[in-house]
Design a protein around this ligand. Structure first.
Ligand code: G6P
Length: 606
């Protein structure tokens, strides 16, 4: 959460910072601010979006060193004064921060006792004052930052400038990402390469505990004890085009529409037709080890957790290994029993979600074997795990996850196939799953072709204040993800229930005002699902069915038919109409589709 951008070089910093901050708005978008150094510090900050801030930045706002920030509030409401950057009282030092300073109250009390006057409610402001207290005692800004950070407990990615040292930016990382961008006689830094790829594809990821000083002609990195570290720049594959809406009205629609390609990329090079197995070299596991696990435990947050439920189902069905998914945010707080015979799988699109990262660290501390399913290459979770599967879905910008969700489910199908074929999954079943996986991109394309139908249906149902989603067994995680998508972006209340549980309570809610979206795959549970539809209709409930064929009896008001794959893989395809229904409902209700209220894409705080 919160996006940081920094620039030092021969150009004016402000337009570069504002452009980069716009790319990072997925990380937080309740307020924004920039500061440039030009014979003193010039600051502009405001509640609202980066575009609102840009209107307040005059052409005369010049300075060749600067830092910027887009915020998702943790300490203090979104407001002009709480927006970053925060300055020391003498306006010499400015700092932007992503993360949480846990001992902020204690530090604030000490600083106030020394006479420092605070102007904001943020934890970050203590950093500015701590730095002001240290900066004259050291010969370099990086040393001042290093010493000040020694007094800080918590997580941070920070960028700092000092009006008395124009031409220098210091950045530091502990738990919140910082990436350096290396240009021609100019240097950049940001929370994510998304803000850099317009200017350079040569990057350096800082490790936790590292700090760096950036000047136009280069950079130096240091460990927390002050010794210089050696870093090799990497070339990132993604370019600026990956971060554009590509002619679509919203990133969300672009990302939904990309799924034929993103699913193909997740599969690419990983299916072996000879033995009907999958190749997942990144797992770093030989067959003996692969056979040794007796359980699989999957953890993730939000949509990652729901895709983990699909994954658990796939692993149980194909590999016959007991598997279950749990929110990482719950898992980490319940002193989990870590079993040496269990394989733990952490899922995260961003690779940054703090709850998931903390759960992985807890697992590793207790000796657990953890693999990751991650989209962002080199991210914190990817680096923490013992091995894993990258999704290769490309950057996901819209806050609601879509293409990462389907790619994660596909990655689980590959893992389940891999585990299944070292256990008892027959070559014939292996062949069946390989063929099914290969068909997915084309079948997603077929679903996307029904575009207008989703729009019509979404407009028909969007005026209801609440909707029920039901599914049985394989369909249940699909229902949960469908409800999640709808509530996240349209703000329509949505509840997901196992279809089998409806009669044990929530049936009391059913009436003509509460429509039900029912996931009804053509599998061995079809008749049971159709009975549930009958029970809903008998209570006057409207039904929008998502399945593989029109029911013979009059059991649904509307039916969306998706192409049939293998029963184990059907959940992947059944999810796509729900993404499109949520998208069109949000558009019909004029919501801010890509940046829904109160949310952020990567939640790097507790
Ligand atoms: C946030 C986002 C969700 C996302 C979840 C996990 O809550 O709003 O859309 O599913 O984080 O994100 P991750 O990057 O770990 O998959």
């Amino acid at each position: 959460m919160c996006g940081i951008v920094a620039y030092v070089g021969p150009k004016d910093a402000a337009p570069i910072l504002l452009e980069g901050m716009q790319r990072l708005e997925y990380r937080g978008y309740d307020s924004a601010g920039i500061v440039v150094s030009n014979k003193g510090l010039k600051v502009r900050k405001a509640k609202g979006r980066v575009a609102d801030l840009a209107k307040l930045v005059p052409a005369s706002f010049k300075g060749k060193t600067g830092i910027g920030h887009t915020r998702w509030a943790t300490h203090g409401v979104p407001s002009d004064v709480n927006a970053h950057p925060h300055l020391s009282s003498d306006e010499r030092i400015a700092v932007v921060h992503n993360g949480i300073i846990e001992n902020a109250t204690e530090l604030r009390n000490k600083l106030q006792a020394d006479g420092v006057v605070f102007v904001s409610e943020t934890d970050t402001e203590v950093l500015a004052h701590l730095l002001a207290a240290t900066v004259d005692e050291t010969s370099t800004l990086e040393e001042a930052v290093r010493l000040a950070l020694k007094r800080v407990v918590g997580t941070y990615g920070i960028a700092v400038i000092d009006s008395q040292r124009p031409g220098e930016v210091v950045v530091a990382r502990n738990g919140s990402p910082i990436v350096l961008g290396i240009g021609e006689k100019e240097m950049f830094a940001a929370s994510d390469v998304a803000a850099l790829v317009r200017y350079t594809r040569q990057v350096v990821h800082l490790e936790d505990g590292e700090l760096a000083v950036l000047k136009a002609d280069g950079f130096h990195t240091f460990a927390s004890e002050g010794l210089e570290t050696a870093k090799e720049p990497l070339t990132v594959d993604w370019d600026a085009g990956h971060y554009d809406t590509g002619g679509y009205e919203h990133y969300l629609l672009k990302e939904i529409s990309e799924q034929p390609e993103t699913v193909a990329r997740t599969l690419s090079g990983r299916i072996d037709e000879r033995f009907h197995v999958s190749h997942l070299g990144g797992l770093n596991m030989d067959p003996r080890e692969t056979r040794s696990f007796r359980r699989v435990k999957i953890i993730g947050c939000g949509s990652a957790y729901y895709s983990g439920q699909i994954g658990a189902q796939l692993i149980e069905e194909l590999a016959r290994i007991p598997a279950d998914a749990e929110p990482a945010s719950e898992f980490r707080y319940r002193n989990p029993v870590v079993d040496p015979d269990t394989l733990y799988v952490a899922i995260s699109q961003s690779g940054e979600t703090y709850d998931t990262l903390a759960a992985v660290q807890e697992l590793k501390r207790k000796g657990g074997r953890v693999i990751g399913i991650v989209n962002a290459v080199g991210s914190a979770i990817a680096r923490e795990v013992d091995g894993g599967v990258y999704l290769h879905a490309g950057p996901e910008v819209s806050v609601a996850s879509t293409k990462a969700f389907t790619s994660t489910a596909v990655a689980f199908a590959l893992i389940a196939l891999h585990f299944g074929r070292v256990h008892d999954l027959s070559p014939a079943d292996g062949r069946r799953i390989c063929a099914g996986l290969r068909k997915l991109p084309e079948q997603i394309e077929e679903i996307l072709k029904q575009g207008d139908r989703f729009k019509e249906l979404a407009e028909k149902y969007a005026h209801h204040p609440s909707m029920m989603f039901v599914g049985r067994v394989r369909g249940y995680p699909v229902a949960r993800e469908g409800a999640q998508k709808l509530k996240e972006i349209s703000y329509i209340h949505a509840e997901a229930y196992p279809a089998s549980e409806l009669k044990h309570g929530p049936l009391a809610l059913i009436n003509p005002e509460l429509p039900t979206v029912a996931i009804v795959p053509d599998d061995e549970l079809l008749d049971k699902n159709l009975t549930t539809l009958g029970e809903i209709r008998a209570r006057g409930g409207k039904v929008l069915m998502v399945g593989h064929r029109e029911p013979e009896a009059d059991l649904a008001d509307d039916v969306i038919v998706v192409p049939k794959n293998e029963i184990e893989l059907d959940p992947i395809l059944l999810t796509i109409p729900l993404q499109l229904l949520a998208y069109h409902a949000a558009v019909a209700l004029e919501r801010d589709v890509d940046k829904p209220r109160n949310l952020a894409k990567s939640v790097t705080v507790e």
